[in-house]
Design a protein around this ligand. Structure first.
Ligand SMILES: NC(=O)c1ccc[n+]([C@@H]2O[C@H](COP(=O)([O-])OP(=O)(O)OC[C@H]3O[C@@H](n4cnc5c(N)ncnc54)[C@H](O)[C@@H]3O)[C@@H](O)[C@H]2O)c1
Length: 320
């Protein structure tokens, strides 16, 4: 597993280990944490390093590759596109090459709702047009297209999982979100509740939504982890390249998230109004019916308060 020292990857390691797999984390620790690797060995390495990849493939002879590693900030991708094309595209190509040379032909890819760009409908489906509006989203879409070519030319079966907004933390509190800087709404709101930051910035309150703030789809990280197990179950040599949305199918506005966080924490959360961010659609909510039908996936941590509670508990863990 690449990126197993990161937020979603570490939750996936836990789910895999519980299902009887040995998750081997391959991560350069540039943005992940050694403490997050608790369910299998850590092999330090960069996905852009073919020799190191070969060594690790030889050592463990994995059944499949789950690819979480990459750079994840949309804003940074706009400012430093070369970095994103290098890690997220060239790095993935290097990984795929090493994987095929090692005879591994099952691949699960962390894609993103960013492949859709500005959605036309209210609930995005996999067949909707994919027109990413920033380098981060373009990297994800390009890799998905590469995977379709690898399916026909190299027999690599792949599943691309298009996550909506990953949120929450392991309900048992063993791992959680620890990004620096943190840009995701729920941890930012909770940091403001704790007084770790002065306020939450509301980027625009005049969108065409009931309360004027943007609506997003928040999906619990444990539910995302579970989907990877199910994806492994449908992957077989020659199964082609398939993509699935992973979201709750229900949107919450930024103001609703702040209100729910205020209830969960019992704290007043200061809010300041900022300008709209370019490229932020008013509503981005996913339909996950395909994942339900084909993978048999159903979120079991869908309640927004529960999502926030698990994140809050993680943030307030001893030493947190
Ligand atoms: N968090 C979300 O809401 C979200 C939404 C959609 C898609 N995704 C995708 O899911 C994946 C995981 O996201 P996350 O939030 O856990 O991110 P994260 O930053 O917590 O984890 C990414 C991991 O990849 C490692 N890494 C980065 N570049 C590397 C390289 N060149 N070689 C080896 N390791 C490298 C980092 O050290 C880190 O441990 C990413 O691909 C991201 O684009 C995340």
């Amino acid at each position: 597993m690449t990126g197993g020292a990161g937020y979603i990857g570490s939750h996936a390691c836990k789910a895999l280990a519980q299902a009887g797999y040995l998750p081997v984390t391959y991560d350069n620790l540039s943005r992940g944490h050694e403490w997050a690797v608790q369910w299998g060995p850590l092999e330090e390495g960069d996905i852009r390093d073919p020799a190191r990849l070969e060594e690790v493939f030889k050592k463990y002879r994995p059944q499949a590759v789950l690819h979480f590693a990459g750079l994840t900030y949309v804003g940074e991708s706009v400012e430093r596109p070369e970095l994103y094309y290098d890690h997220n595209v060239a790095g993935t190509l290097t990984l795929l090459g090493a994987m095929v040379r090692a005879g591994v032909r099952r691949f699960v890819f962390s894609s993103s709702a960013a492949v859709y760009g500005t959605p036309r409908g209210e609930r995005v489906e996999e067949g909707d047009s994919t027109e990413p509006i920033n380098p981060y989203g373009r990297c994800k879409l390009f890799v998905e297209q590469v995977l379709a070519d690898y399916a026909s030319a190299r027999g690599v079966g792949s599943v691309s999982l298009r996550y909506f907004n990953a949120a929450g933390a392991d309900p048992e509190g063993r791992t959680g979100e620890a990004h620096d800087p943190e840009t995701h709404l729920i941890p930012v709101v909770l940091a403001a509740a704790r007084g770790d930051r002065e306020a939450v910035t509301l980027f625009g309150d005049d969108y065409d939504t009931p309360d004027g703030s943007c609506i997003r789809d928040y999906i619990h990280v444990t539910d995302l982890a579970q989907a990877h197990l199910l994806a492994l179950g449908v992957l077989d040599d020659g199964t082609g390249a398939r993509a699935f949305n992973l979201g709750n199918g229900r949107g919450f506005s930024v103001k609703q998230v702040i209100a729910a966080a205020s209830e969960v924490t019992g704290c007043v959360i200061p809010v300041e109004l900022g300008p709209r961010r370019p490229g932020d659609p008013a509503v981005l909510v996913g339909s996950s019916e395909r994942a339900a039908g084909i993978l048999g996936w159903k979120p079991s941590h869908a309640d927004l308060r529960h999502i926030i509670e698990t994140a809050w508990r993680w943030m307030n863990r001893s030493g947190g």
